[in-house]
Design a protein around this ligand. Structure first.
Ligand SMILES: Cc1cc2nc3c(=O)[nH]c(=O)nc-3n(C[C@H](O)[C@H](O)[C@H](O)COP(=O)(O)OP(=O)(O)OC[C@H]3O[C@@H](n4cnc5c(N)ncnc54)[C@H](O)[C@@H]3O)c2cc1C
Length: 416
């Protein structure tokens, strides 16, 4: 049976949906296959919604390794790199990447991608009403050590615009803070949005351009032969494919198992707790508490508290103790938390690559297969630049520097 579309994409998260729209705008016919009930069924619906470029950096840095080791045994820690046997190859790659990160090249790639993405987010917002909110982003440092480290980064001329707030501006902008912090840095150009709205609006725009979104259908495996993927085996039978993109987030490693390249993504589990608005003045702009890795994002009618990064494979189970830890810590930081009704507790799996860079591009050795995953902590922010890079690859264009840095075949060797 010939394929009915030029391109089939597996996974309707921020990455898959943004790519489907980009390809449709370039004139391709696209089918998007999603096992959930609708777009955004994975990690993309419930994240913190931060679209700014300021904090988009790879996770694989030496500090993260030390932080991971320090927190190994603490259940309430915001960051857990527990060495489950299946995660050992990933951790080995992570430690190597962290050691190599000293040259700063991965950070430069992330910065360039994030800047491109931010410009594209503004454009998408104008055209498709994605609900971007431009009120900036506040980083609130509790300890002088963390604040001083942040000040070192401020000196980076390539970093987005940031302002140090004096005590009066902190009180004015963050009246909910319980204690005077060591310092607050404001990034005025960092917008945010409701991530589910972003995915939903782009999916609607894609459908209007002819993209077929098949929901409730799970892809079970790939049918390979003669150096190409002929079809995908799904819960609704086989589906012939023209070009195939695996954009299945943290589940992409499993789907890619039959391919000649490894796609080493591990789920980095995080949580959100949505609290109802309490009628009082709401947090004005998203606030980040770096020492605790907690973000408080004001969304329509709710305040979203998100945090925690725990290497979890594909285990989405909600650990009540970790959720309580986020609520407890937010309550210690901000007034007006404990009394608000909880609207939703959610867990999501960040698709984390071991070197912290996305894994995007053609699969060497399989002529029609492509991968678009590995965005870790920043898949919503990075989706538009990823869509551009992946669509260029699908059209057969020569990779530019960013595309080269994200190429899947950088993960050579036996480790899967
Ligand atoms: C607590 C938390 C806060 C975050 N905050 C931010 C933030 O502020 N800004 C930011 O940019 N990023 C943030 N992130 C990260 C961001 O959410 C992810 O990087 C992003 O959602 C990944 O998008 P994706 O499309 O690759 O994956 P997903 O959204 O997980 O999409 C993959 C899709 O594939 C589907 N799928 C999987 N397997 C199959 C299969 N076999 N067949 C069919 N369909 C399949 C899934 O159902 C899913 O819908 C946060 C994450 C967490 C957990």
């Amino acid at each position: 049976v010939p394929a009915t579309s030029d391109v089939t994409i597996v996974g309707a998260g921020a990455v898959g949906v943004t790519l489907a729209l980009e390809l449709a705008m370039r004139g391709a016919s696209v089918t998007l296959v999603e096992r959930g009930a609708g777009p955004g069924a994975g990690c993309s619906a419930g994240n913190a919604g931060i679209l700014g470029a300021t904090h988009v950096l790879p996770l694989a840095v030496p500090e993260a390794v030390w932080e991971g080791l320090r927190h190994l045994l603490r259940r309430q820690s915001p960051f857990a790199l527990r060495p489950r046997p299946r995660a050992v190859p990933w951790l080995a790659r992570f430690v190597v990447a962290a050691a190599r990160s000293r040259d700063g090249s991965a950070a430069q790639v992330m910065r360039a991608l994030a800047n491109e993405s931010l410009a594209r987010h503004h454009d998408l917002a104008k055209r498709f009403d994605t609900g971007i909110v431009e009120r900036g982003f506040l980083s609130v440092y509790e300890t002088p050590e963390a604040f001083n480290r942040a000040l070192d980064h401020l000196a980076d001329p390539a970093a987005p615009r940031q302002e140090l707030l004096d005590a009066a501006s902190v009180r004015e902008r963050c009246p909910q803070l319980r204690q005077e912090p060591s310092g607050v840095i404001f990034a005025p150009d960092d917008p945010h949005c409701d991530p589910l709205r972003f995915v939903t609006m782009l999916a609607q725009a894609a459908v209007a351009l002819g993209v077929e979104i098949v929901t409730g259908v799970e892809v079970l495996g790939l049918r390979l032969g003669g150096g190409r993927v002929h079809a995908i085996a799904t819960t609704a039978g086989d589906l012939a494919v023209g070009r195939l993109v695996l954009a299945a987030g943290a589940w992409t490693a499993r789907l890619a198992a039959g391919l000649p390249v490894a796609v080493p993504v591990q789920g980095g589990k995080g949580y959100h707790i949505d609290l109802a608005a309490d009628g009082g003045p709401e947090v004005k702009a998203p606030m980040y508490f770096p020492e605790r890795r907690i973000v408080a994002t004001p969304l329509d009618g709710r305040l979203r508290l998100s945090g925690m990064l725990q290497l979890a494979g594909t285990d989405l189970r909600i650990d009540r103790r970790r959720v309580d830890a986020i609520a407890d810590q937010a309550n210690r930081l901000l007034t007006g938390i404990a009394q608000r009704p909880v609207l939703e507790v959610w867990s999501g799996l960040r698709p984390c690559s071991p070197d912290g860079l996305p894994i995007v591009g053609p699969v060497r050795g399989v002529e029609n297969a492509f991968v678009a995953t590995g965005h870790g902590m920043w898949g919503l922010q990075l989706a538009p630049a990823t869509a551009r890079v992946a669509a260029d690859a699908i059209e057969g264009r020569e990779p530019d520097e960013l595309a080269h840095a994200m190429r899947p075949e950088r993960f050579r060797g036996a480790l899967r």
